[in-house]
Design a protein around this ligand. Structure first.
Ligand code: FAD
Length: 421
C-alpha cells in the first residue's frame, strides 16, 4: 500500500487545488463544521449550496466520478477522494447533496433505464434538484424489509399509502427514492418494489422533527393516495430489495467517510488552550490521553486506507467499511467528550458565539450518536462483522421464508386482543 500521490495524482491534486482556491476562500479554525444533514438550512443557505454545486458543474468539477454523459468526468475513485480532500480545505456551503449524490445517484445508475438516468442524473449533478431517501418506518429500521408502506397498481400508476420517518432533508427535496410493499402474500424481502417519487405530488405531507441539538435535519413523511407513474419504478416489480441493497451499500460508505477531522481539531485545541498559563499540550496526563486517541485514530485511518487501495485498484470496498464506521464514529464521540471537558465551564455551552472553536465540539458530541445509528447501527455492523468477517453462525431469522402477512406484529395475546369481561 503506497500512501503517497503518484505523479499523475499529484498533478490532478494541483489542478483541483488551483480551481478551488480561485473559487472559494480557505477554511479557518473558526469556521463551523459543514452541516451535511441540513440541520440548519434556511432559504439563503439552500440557495448558496445550489449555487456552489452549479458553479462546480459549469466548470466540470461536480460529481467528477460520474460518466461524462451525465456531466461528470469519469474520474478514478482515487481522484474523487483527492477532490474531496481538497474541497474540505475551502469554505463552502453545506453539502445538501450527500444523500442524492452518495445514495440516490448510484442506485439510479445501477437500476434505472437509459431514459430514467437521462431524466434525473444531470439535474441531480448540477444541484438544480435535491433528493432524499425514504426507507425507514416507525416499525422498520434495521429490519428494513419489514416495512409496511403499501403500493397498489392502478392502470399506468401506482397508489402509495403509509408513513416514512427519519428522512434527512425531505423538507426541501424535489425527489425521493422510496421502497414499498406491493405484495404481502410472499416472504418479506420478495414483496417489495422501488420507486422514484416526486416530493411535490399531492398527498405528501412532510413534518420536520426537532432534535436534541436544536436542528431539524429529519422528517416524518406521510403518504395518502399518492400517485406514482409506473415509469418512475426502478427495476422490476418485486426487485425492490435488490435495489435497496445497492442504496444501503453506498450509504454505509458515504456515512463512514463523513465527519472526520476530530483528531486534528483536538491537537489544535490542546495547543491553543492553556492550563495554569501553559499550553495544555505540555501537561503530562493530557499528553497520555491525547496519545491514546492518536494511536486509535491512526488505526482507523489506516484501516480506511485499505478501502482507498481497493478503490484505486478498481475493486469494491470490503467489510472494512463497517469496521471503520463502527470504531471511527465511536472514537469521534469520545474525543468530543474529552474536548468539552478540556473547555471547562464553556464545555457545557452550545452557543458557538460563547465557546472556543465556535461550538464545534458540542455540536459534534450531540450529532455523533446519530452517526452510530445511520447507515447501520453499531449492533447491526457487529452482526455483519461477525457473520462476514469472522464467519460466525448467522443470526436466527425466523420470518425470512413465511408470507409477510403471517409475520406476527405484536405479543401473541396483548390486552387489546383479550376478550373483555
Ligand atoms: C443521522 C441519521 C440520518 C438518517 N437518515 C435517514 C434517511 O435519510 N432516510 C431513511 O429512510 N432513514 C434515515 N435514518 C434512519 C436509519 O436508517 C435508522 O435509524 C436505522 O436503520 C435504525 O433503525 P431504527 O432507528 O428503527 O432502530 P431499530 O432498528 O429499531 O433498532 C433499535 C435498537 O435495536 C438494535 N437492533 C436492531 N436489530 C438488531 C439485531 N438484529 N441485532 C442486534 N441489535 C439489533 C439496534 O442496534 C438499536 O440499538 C437516519 C438515521 C440517522 C440517525
Amino acid at each position: 500500500m503506497d500512501f503517497n500521490d503518484t505523479p499523475e495524482e499529484a498533478a490532478f491534486r494541483a489542478q483541483a487545488r488551483a480551481w478551488l482556491e480561485a473559487n472559494a476562500p480557505l477554511r479557518s479554525a473558526q469556521d463551523r463544521d459543514p452541516d451535511p444533514l441540513g440541520e440548519r438550512i434556511d432559504e439563503a443557505t439552500l440557495k448558496a449550496a445550489q449555487a456552489w454545486q452549479k458553479r462546480k458543474a459549469d466548470a466540470g468539477w461536480a460529481c467528477i466520478g460520474w460518466p461524462e454523459e451525465y456531466g461528470g468526468r469519469a474520474a478514478t475513485p482515487m481522484q474523487s477522494v483527492i477532490w474531496s480532500q481538497e474541497e474540505a480545505r475551502v469554505r463552502t456551503p453545506p453539502n445538501i447533496f450527500l444523500v442524492g449524490h452518495g445514495m440516490c445517484a448510484p442506485t439510479i445508475m445501477a437500476h434505472g433505464t437509459a431514459a430514467q438516468r437521462q431524466k434525473w442524473l444531470p439535474k441531480l449533478l448540477s444541484g438544480e434538484e435535491i433528493w432524499c431517501q425514504l426507507f425507514s418506518e416507525p416499525g422498520a429500521g434495521s429490519d428494513l424489509a419489514g416495512l409496511r408502506t403499501s403500493v397498489v397498481r392502478d392502470g399506468d400508476d401506482w397508489v402509495l399509502n403509509g408513513q416514512k420517518i427519519w428522512a434527512t432533508g425531505a423538507q426541501f427535496c424535489d425527489w425521493g427514492i422510496i421502497i414499498a410493499r406491493h405484495d404481502p402474500n410472499v416472504p418479506k424481502h420478495k414483496g417489495l418494489t422501488f420507486f422514484v417519487i416526486d416530493m411535490h405530488a399531492p398527498g405528501i405531507e412532510v413534518r420536520p422533527i426537532t432534535q436534541i441539538n436544536g436542528g431539524h435535519g429529519f422528517n416524518a413523511v406521510f403518504f395518502t393516495d399518492v400517485h406514482i407513474p409506473d415509469s418512475h419504478r426502478l427495476d422490476d416489480v418485486g426487485a425492490g430489495w435488490r435495489v435497496a441493497i445497492t442504496t444501503l451499500m453506498n450509504e454505509r460508505a458515504t456515512v463512514a467517510g463523513a465527519g472526520g477531522g476530530a483528531m486534528e481539531n483536538l491537537l489544535q485545541l490542546t495547543e491553543e488552550l492553556e492550563i495554569d498559563g501553559v499550553p495544555a499540550i505540555k501537561d503530562g496526563a493530557l499528553r497520555e490521553k491525547v496519545a491514546e486517541f492518536y494511536v486509535r485514530s491512526k488505526g482507523v485511518e489506516l484501516t480506511g486506507r485499505r478501502t482507498l487501495s481497493a478503490l484505486s485498484q478498481g475493486k469494491m470496498p470490503g467489510p472494512e467499511a463497517s469496521l471503520v464506521k463502527l470504531v471511527g464514529v465511536r472514537l469521534t464521540q469520545e474525543i468530543s467528550a474529552y474536548a468539552m471537558e478540556l473547555q471547562g465551564l464553556a464545555g457545557v455551552i452550545l452557543d458557538g458565539a460563547l465557546t472556543p472553536d465556535a461550538g464545534r465540539w458540542q455540536q459534534r458530541y450531540l450529532g455523533v450518536p446519530g452517526m452510530r445509528v445511520a447507515g447501520g447501527t453499531d449492533e447491526v455492523l457487529r452482526n455483519i462483522i461477525a457473520e462476514r468477517v469472522l464467519q460466525l453462525p448467522p443470526e436466527m431469522r425466523f420470518d425470512k421464508d413465511i408470507p409477510f402477512k403471517q409475520v406476527p406484529t405484536g405479543p401473541p395475546s396483548s390486552s387489546a386482543e383479550r376478550p373483555r369481561k
